[in-house]
Design a protein around this ligand. Structure first.
Ligand SMILES: NC(=O)c1ccc[n+]([C@@H]2O[C@H](COP(=O)([O-])OP(=O)(O)OC[C@H]3O[C@@H](n4cnc5c(N)ncnc54)[C@H](OP(=O)(O)O)[C@@H]3O)[C@@H](O)[C@H]2O)c1
Length: 434
């Protein structure tokens, strides 16, 4: 008789879309390698999706098909459930809860689910002695969770940040390279399949916020706090902003940043000006990157493909190998009861430098009025650029500030917006110092 260590790990895959089909194909093509690495076979025993007739790019004729993914999660002949349906609630949540309730390990690529229910699900898994693995949920194929949780276990992380949404990065990169406006580039990205028909999750920073909340939890050993993530997207970024950024030596990137401050943990997703020449500025197109700063290691940069069938399947496979090999670590690096009650720092307390773009009437006294508003709020200006001269007409003016308090910056901008000579709502982009 075989010892239990040699029994295969029998998995059920819930959802056979982009990632689900990818993992089924990976498990087939890499079977030998995975068996060597896991010490036993990993086999797909059951699958569930909506449409049974659809071609999934793999032979599933010998695999049990379930119409009901939640019922599949209770199948007694399954050891682990891979949830690849998506969505913070609904079927995906029901599948994960059913799997944990029936003693199955869980692997998921679902950041929305982890951001909303991660702490509670981690507790359920821990109580049942099961794995809840989610490498694929943050930055797709890049092994950031494992790097932070295990590779950097000897460090206190002080800051973690990254480009966590490939669609936004593709749009910003293409705007800069082609000199086109946001709406046009978004429409093209949708045609190419880089952006969803409803792109709001990507371009409004929601997807990046989900990933940042999960990442911050692992990095700082704190319960997942999605509501504590300040979130701003890229809809308001214009070609002018990108051109001025270039002129000043910056690139504009949608970043997720989590850092320890005197006021607690800051979690924020918003467009940032980053100095050209920094590793993060060089991450272009659909690529993602995560940078972690630790007290003993210094800076670690991880870059790669943050989405797509095979990169994401690569991350799912790594979780499955850990489970099959019996390697267990607490979901968020420490047991749920040991997660720290670290307060969240409000965005008003953020200290940083700012890029401000204004459209003003070119007439005497305008700049003096703007400077007075900044002075009154104790915001110190670093540089100012006025593009062209057109007396009596609208001209763009750009200024950058020294490090200042976000609340003061906002008050100054409110005053500037009310000036008769300021023709549009001021554009503000935070400058990140890396
Ligand atoms: N796509 C990526 O590159 C990527 C990267 C990282 C993480 N993720 C995450 O991975 C997850 C899956 O994403 P995806 O892009 O693979 O999604 P997708 O292509 O839309 O696939 C979703 C799958 O779920 C199935 N499904 C929907 N409702 C179901 C139900 N009630 N019961 C059983 N199956 C159901 C669908 O069935 P049918 O095929 O029959 O319609 C489909 O196969 C999401 O959480 C996503 O955020 C995706």
């Amino acid at each position: 008789m075989k010892s239990s260590a040699q029994q295969p790990l029998r998995i059920a895959v819930a959802g056979l879309g982009t990632v689900g089909a990818g993992i089924v194909q990976l498990l087939e093509r890499q079977a030998e390698l995975l068996t060597l690495r896991a010490g036993r076979h990993i086999i797909v025993s059951a699958v569930s999706a909506r449409d049974r007739r659809r071609d999934r790019g793999a032979d599933l004729s010998a695999v049990r098909w379930y119409e009901d993914a939640v019922a599949m999660a209770a199948d007694p002949d399954i050891d682990a459930v891979v949830e690849l349906i998506g969505g913070a609630d609904g079927v995906a949540l029901a599948v994960v809860e059913a799997a944990l309730a029936h003693g199955k390990h869980v692997v998921t690529a679902n950041k929305a689910l982890m951001a909303k229910h991660g702490t509670r699900l981690a507790r359920l898994a821990e109580q049942a002695g099961l794995a809840l693995a989610f490498e694929a949920s943050v930055a797709g194929g890049i092994p950031v969770i494992k790097a932070l949780r295990e590779g950097l276990a000897g460090n206190r992380v002080t800051r973690v940040y990254g480009i966590l949404n490939g669609t936004s990065n593709y749009i910003l990169t293409t705007m800069r390279e082609s000199g086109r406006e946001f709406a046009e580039v978004l429409a093209e990205a949708q045609k190419l399949g880089y952006a969803e028909a409803d792109p709001s999750f990507d371009i409004d920073g929601v997807d990046a916020a989900h990933k940042l909340a999960v990442l911050a939890s692992v990095a700082f050993g704190r319960p997942v706090d999605l509501d504590g993530v300040y979130t701003e997207g890229i809809r308001h970024i214009s070609r002018l902003d990108i051109d001025f950024a270039e002129e000043l030596g910056y690139r504009i990137k949608l970043l997720g940043v989590a850092r320890l401050t005197d006021h607690g943990l800051e979690q924020r997703v918003h467009p940032c000006m980053v100095k050209r020449g920094t590793p993060i500025a060089a991450v272009e197109g659909v690529f993602n990157a995560v940078v972690a700063e630790g007290d003993f290691i210094g800076r670690v940069v991880l870059e790669g493909r943050g989405a797509g069938a095979f990169p994401t399947a690569s991350a799912v496979a790594a979780d499955l190998v850990d489970i099959a090999a019996g390697r267990r670590v607490p979901t968020f690096a420490v047991p749920v009861a040991a997660l720290r009650d670290l307060p969240g720092a409000p965005m008003e307390q953020h200290q940083g430098a700012y890029f401000i773009r204004l459209m003003v009437l070119d007439q005497p006294g305008v700049i003096a009025d703007i400077a007075a508003a900044l002075r009154d709020e104790h915001v110190s200006m670093e540089a100012m650029i006025q593009r062209g001269r057109a007396p009596g007409e609208a001209v763009p003016v750009v200024l950058t500030t020294h490090v200042t308090l976000e609340a003061a910056m906002r008050r100054a901008l409110d005053r500037i917006a009310k000036l008769d000579t300021v023709l549009e709502q001021p554009h503000m982009i935070r400058i990140e110092d890396f």
